[in-house]
Design a protein around this ligand. Structure first.
Ligand code: BES
Ligand code: MN
Ligand code: MN
Length: 472
């Protein structure tokens, strides 16, 4: 049974448009960079902002829960023992803003500007899309449901401050608070969709292995004339080792790397081929004249169904002004591997470690340090939560959403399943072109408000499907 119409949500948004935007702007002004300990107080301020907003919108049992790292904000509204419970997860921490000089406007001074993909304007600020803007849609959707007495599901909010640094303290919190967090399904807006007129629901996330490597040659920098040609240069060696990690078909050469990878089925390849995709747009949006990648797969397969290995940073030796003739003592690199279902992060990290040490020539020492990682996740498309999301998008956007796996990672999502036995539904409203983690991150006004419209419809359809399911 329908218990409200689109008209009421649209009216709510229209009446409260400016206030809602002002609130989001205030949140975006807070420099909640979780990776940098200089911003510890600002991260806390963002948690306090949320606590206050939860109070204003009428949540109960609002708490700021301290962890060994940054705090978790919890709030809930329990309306009935006989209603389903939705746990909303999101994060209020953001990536560092640097390189700051590449921003057209200051990253923590939100501003609205029009873009090609957002002709009605987009909010420019670090965290606008990932994930403050998307997370905040849920508070405002709740506010609407509460104010108009449309709440049919219990809601629990769990908003963390450490997603961008690996959610290391959240797992412990899950284990210790299983009852408090008990739910029927977890709802997350921290992913993207295809285009503003092509809604999609994310049905997969990749896992992640992340390592830092250090190659050491001589115990100090040497004169490159006196020693040139007689010792292993760590940067030369590291470059060679890294380039050997892919073959001429861009396949990863680490023995065993693909052993557990589920090969795409013919049906999956057909589904992917139906996803609207313009190669020209894809290329021009990021300023390249050709895509590049694993032979035998198209771009939309390479970025979701296939695992990868990428150098994220590489350094060593002299990089200052002018020339300095040295053979450096050390070279470093940070390397990430995106993983797909059945690959295990720990196992891949071990395979990398063994292989990388094995391919090092005599004359250098190699150290491999693992960083945080996580497993991939795939959702079904015949669950009541997927169907509820599908109906919500259909109603809000006027077209059926496409199921699409994403290439990104949210390592806590598989842990929700493992620890809480909960499935997640990924209703993301960002676009790939929104520049998350990059300079000039932004989030479309259309996307923000469409999210606020779509979320209450999810609750409505979820409630109906849950009830149908129960009475079966
Ligand atoms: N929200 C992103 C992940 C994402 C973005 C998934 C777009 C799908 C589409 C999240 O905040 C993130 O950045 N995750 C990191 C991993 C984390 C361990 C730092 C990532 O994917 O690199
Ligand atoms: Mn995120
Ligand atoms: Mn992120």
């Amino acid at each position: 049974m329908y218990f409200y119409s689109m008209k009421e949500i649209k009216q709510f948004i229209e009446n409260n448009n400016d206030r809602i935007l002002n609130e989001l702007f205030d949140l975006l002004k807070i420099k909640s960079v979780s990776a940098d300990s200089n911003y510890k107080n600002e991260v806390k301020d963002a948690a306090i902002f949320l606590k206050n907003n939860f109070k204003e919108i009428g949540c109960d049992n609002i708490e700021i829960i301290e962890t060994a790292g940054h705090p978790i904000v919890y709030a809930e509204k329990i309306i009935s023992e006989n209603a389903p419970t939705i746990l909303v997860y999101g994060h209020y921490d953001v990536q560092p803003a640097d390189p700051i000089e590449l921003w057209d406007n200051p990253p923590f001074d939100p501003i609205i500007k029009k873009t090609k993909n957002h002709p009605n304007g987009a909010i420019y600020a670090r965290g606008a899309c990932d994930d403050k803007g998307q997370m905040f849609m849920h508070l405002k959707a709740f506010e609407f449901m509460k104010e108009f007495d449309k709440l049919k599901c219990n809601i629990k909010f769990m908003i963390e401050g450490e997603e961008e640094v690996g959610s290391l303290n959240l797992e412990k919190f899950l284990i210790e608070n299983k009852n408090k967090l008990a739910n029927d399904v977890i709802l997350i807006s921290d992913t993207g969709m295809i285009a503003n007129d092509i809604p999609s629901i994310t049905t997969g996330l990749r896992g992640l292995s992340y390592v830092e490597v250090e190659v050491t040659g001589p115990d100090r920098d040497l004169h490159s004339g006196l020693y040139g040609g007689t010792v292993a240069n760590p940067i030369n060696i590291l470059s060679k080792m890294i380039s050997s990690l892919h073959d001429e078909n861009s396949k990863i050469t680490i023995p065993g790397f693909y052993d557990k990878v589920s090969e795409m089925t013919e049906e999956e390849r057909i589904e992917v081929s139906k996803i609207p995709f313009s190669k020209d747009n894809y290329q021009s949006e990021i300023g390249i004249d050709s895509t590049y990648g694993e032979a035998g797969y198209v771009t939309n397969e390479r970025n979701s169904y296939r695992p990868t290995l990428d150098v994220n940073g590489i350094w060593g030796g002299y990089t200052g002004e002018g020339a300095k003739t040295v053979i450096p003592s050390k070279a470093f690199a940070k390397i990430s591997m995106r993983l797909v279902p059945n690959q295990k992060s720990e196992n891949i990290t071990n395979l990398f470690n063994d292989h990388f040490k094995k391919i090092a020539p005599k004359g250098v020492k190699v150290k491999v340090t693992p960083h945080h990682g996580g497993e991939g996740y795939v959702t079904k498309t015949d669950s009541i939560e997927y169907l509820a999301a599908e109906r919500a998008y259909l109603e809000a956007f006027g077209s059926k959403p496409i199921a699409q796996r994403s290439g990104g990672s949210i390592p806590i999502v598989p842990l929700f399943e493992k620890v809480l036995n909960s499935k997640s539904v990924l209703m993301g409203f960002g676009l790939d072109s929104d520049a998350i983690h990059s300079p000039n991150e932004h989030f479309g006004l259309f996307n923000f408000f469409k999210g606020i419209e779509t979320i209450p419809l999810f609750y409505k359809h979820y409630f109906d499907l849950w009830q149908e399911n129960k009475s079966k």
